[in-house]
Every structure is written in structure tokens, then in C-alpha cells.
Design a protein around this ligand. Structure first.
Ligand SMILES: [Zn+2]
Length: 418
């Protein structure tokens, strides 16, 4: 029985049998790719992007931009494209109808069946996906930085990535993830999308979503899990370092704030586009493919600046809910109330002025000071681990610096072919 993913389509797995690789790649022109593309080659090959079998052709890009659907009618919100320059096309002799060998870090990674070489108006793409064409929007600026031509066609991985320490336990592709869920006996699993080190407000986002997801299910054995799915991709200065994000999220389980019976931490390779509502739709598809039944969506989900309204993502989700196979869980805002003496929600506590909201700036200053905060704000185990990660992986800082960008250990390597 096949595993059904987004759009009711069977989970894609495009990984070549190692015994066939030498014969299939013989004579193909090697074409090096950058990490942005390598991440998405992994996503396509392991089925994170089901039903996509490769990078999109023009008809799909156009249909995604204009109708938020693939040409086969499946809801899809963000173009997945392979960009290339005229010069590269000439230099490598890339031709429609021929295969090329994508290489990363100097080693063979995937066969790319070049079906179509095309152009697409970048401004039009930006407006459709981001609702704006301002270059100040990071998604638009990413779009404008694409090279001028795009290649559509299927991808087959020929060489599995080797995931580096400390990330290896967290790379759990869709088919493997579904197996884990079955082993745990979870009937419902709710996704928590994150790029943060968790303070207690985040912890309660997850706990609240767990309650909401549990709903009417019987409680005599654990049937509901929270999947933390950290987005690992392009970093910007000032972001938390990847090592700190993934390890502290898992620390909440290790230290008993959650347990094996209700919590699992994982990662997905993806560069945030900050597409707000359209990114929420993409997250729904991605997590459906990972086997999740529910997905948390907060205020201004995947937004940036003031481009999107607080509930635009919720509203757009509602328009395609019938076509998604995942139930949205709208997150409450959690805060600390000294009067209640606990973490509570705006919707519960009525101590107005006494309430202390979690602000990014407050948390950042706590981390920067390095003085252990109250355990109702930051779990001591999490806080200690942030500082440890700063020393061990961050060249003294838990936040991304120039030095980190230059010298960090890559999340994965493509090894030489065995
Ligand atoms: Zn209160």
C-alpha cells in the first residue's frame, strides 16, 4: 500500500538503486549547484515536495503563480525552480531532452532530466507569490536574484547526503517519519514550524496545540504527538544558529517538559521565503507529506515586516481547506502573568496590565546577558544548552555572525560515490 501525501498523491521517492548509478551517470556532463538548490534536490528526492518529481516547468510555474495550483489541479503556492544563466547553458552544453549530472561539493548528487529551458517574468512571479514586488521583501529579493533562465524536469538522487553532527538524528524523511509515527501509536500529530530556541511561550504554543489536537480522543493511552519541524536553510545575521535551534527544541523532551510519548524533533531543508499566507499553504503541503494530521498556524505565520495582516494566512487556508489533508490548529498567544503565577493565555487571564508578553527583544536580551532567567520564562536546561551551543558551534554567540557563516560545519555533505 502506498503512502498518501499532499493532494492524495503517493509519496515520491526518487533515489537510484546504488547498483545502477555508475551505468546511469556515465558520460553525463557534471553541472555544479549551490546549496540553495542542493537542499531542494533532497526535498524532491525524498518526497518532502510530493507530488513534485522535479523542478517545475513553465506551465506549472505559471499555474502556481496565477491559480495557486499545479497544472494537475493540486494546490501549490510557491514555485520550485532551478535557475541557470545563458552562459552556464552554453558552457555545459545543456539541452532540452538530455540528462545532466548535478554535483555538489564536487561530488555527484542527482541526475536531472532537462525537459524544458524557459524564462518567466520575475516581477510577475514576485507579485503573485508575495503580494508585492518591493525588493525590500526578502522573498522578492530572492526572486530577483534568480539567474535569468529556468530548467524544468525530473530529479533522481544518485548519492545520499551524509548528515553531520549534531543534526543526524533529526533528518527523518517522509516515509521514515510515517514509520516512526506508527511505532509511537500516534493517531494525530500536530506540526510546530520553528526557527527559534524555545522559551516557555513557545513551549505552551505546543502544549496548547496538543490539547486542541487531542480534542475528543480517549486519554487512556498517548495518541497525540507534537512534531517540531525546524526549518534549516539560508541564515541571516542575528538568527539563532541552527545547532542551538534543533538541540534546544529536543532538550524540552530530554528534560521531561515533554516525553517520547508525545514529542519528536526533526528538520526540513528549506529557505524561508517569508511569503506569509502562501508560505502557510506550502507548510501545510510539506507537513502533510511528513505524515502530519494537524498544523499549528500562529499570528502572521511566516510573515515579515508589515506585508501581511495577522490573520491573512488563516483566511487563505480557509479558502483551500477542502483540498488540504491537514487540519489547521490556530495558536493562542501565551504570556506570563505574575498574578496567576503561571504561563497563561490572553484568552484566559483577566489581569490586563500585569500580564508580561514574550517579546523577541526581551528574550534576545536575556540570552545576550547570559544571566539565568526565571524558569517560568526560560527552562534552565534550555538556557544552559543555548550557552553551550554558543561556545561549541557559534564561535561564542548563539546568534549567526559573519564568522559563523564562514566557518560553520555544513548540515550535510555529499560524499564521493562509493
Ligand atoms: Zn493572570
Amino acid at each position: 500500500m502506498g503512502e498518501k501525501g499532499h493532494g492524495g498523491k503517493e509519496i515520491v521517492e526518487r533515489i537510484m538503486n546504488p547498483a545502477e548509478v555508475a551505468g546511469k551517470i556515465k558520460g553525463l556532463t557534471p553541472v555544479p549547484i549551490r546549496s540553495q538548490i542542493a537542499n531542494e534536490v533532497i526535498d524532491i528526492s525524498f518526497g518532502y515536495f510530493t507530488p513534485l518529481q522535479g523542478f517545475m516547468g513553465k506551465a506549472d510555474v505559471d499555474s502556481v503563480c496565477k491559480n495557486m495550483k499545479l497544472t494537475d489541479g493540486t494546490v501549490w503556492s510557491i514555485p520550485i525552480i532551478f535557475d541557470v544563466t545563458e552562459q552556464e547553458i552554453a558552457e555545459y552544453g545543456i539541452k532540452e531532452g538530455e540528462n545532466i549530472l548535478l554535483t555538489f561539493q564536487g561530488n555527484p548528487m542527482a541526475v536531472f532530466e532537462v525537459k524544458e529551458i524557459f524564462q518567466y517574468d520575475k516581477k510577475e512571479m514576485a507579485r503573485a507569490v508575495y503580494g508585492t514586488d518591493e525588493a525590500a521583501h526578502p522573498g522578492c529579493s530572492r526572486t530577483y536574484n534568480y539567474k535569468d533562465k529556468f530548467i524544468g524536469g525530473n530529479i533522481t538522487l544518485v548519492n545520499r547526503p551524509k548528515i553531520n553532527t549534531p543534526y543526524e538524528p533529526y533528518f527523518i524523511p517522509p516515509l521514515e517519519m510515517r514509520k516512526r509515527f506508527r511505532e509511537k501509536g500516534w493517531q494525530r500529530i500536530v506540526a510546530h514550524q520553528t526557527r527559534n530556541v524555545p522559551h516557555t511561550g513557545h513551549e505552551w504554543l505546543m502544549k496548547g496545540a496538543w490539547f486542541q489536537t487531542y480534542a475528543e480522543l480517549p486519554i487512556e493511552k498517548p495518541l497525540v504527538g507534537v512534531l517540531v519541524n525546524a526549518i534549516i536553510g539560508e541564515k541571516r545575521k542575528g538568527d539563532y544558529i541552527d545547532e542551538a535551534i534543533i538541540l534546544t527544541q529536543d532538550e524540552l523532551r530530554k528534560s521531561g517538559y515533554f516525553g517520547d510519548h508525545n514529542h519528536l524533533t526533526s528538520l526540513t531543508f528549506w529557505d524561508m521565503r517569508y511569503a506569509g499566507p502562501r508560505e502557510a499553504i506550502f507548510h501545510a503541503a510539506l507537513r502533510t507529506n511528513l505524515g502530519l494530521t494537524h498544523h499549528m498556524f500562529g499570528r502572521d505565520h511566516a510573515g515579515v515586516g508589515s506585508y501581511y495582516g495577522a490573520y491573512d494566512a488563516h483566511n487563505l487556508l480557509a479558502t483551500v481547506q477542502d483540498e488540504l489533508n491537514i487540519t489547521p490548529v490556530y495558536s493562542m498567544n501565551w504570556l506570563y502573568c505574575p498574578h496567576c503565577g503561571e504561563i497563561t493565555s490572553e484568552g484566559l487571564c483577566n489581569h490586563g496590565k500585569e500580564q508580561q508578553k514574550f517579546s523577541g527583544t526581551l528574550i534576545r536580551s536575556i540570552v545576550q546577558d547570559g544571566v539565568k532567567p526565571p524558569r517560568l520564562i526560560f527552562r534552565p536546561e534550555v538556557f544552559d544548552l543555548v550557552l553551550e551551543c554558543a561556545e561549541k558551534y557559534g564561535f561564542g554567540s548563539p546568534f549567526v555572525t559573519e564568522e559563523y557563516l564562514e566557518k560553520r560545519t555544513p548540515v550535510f555533505v555529499i560524499p564521493p560515490l562509493a
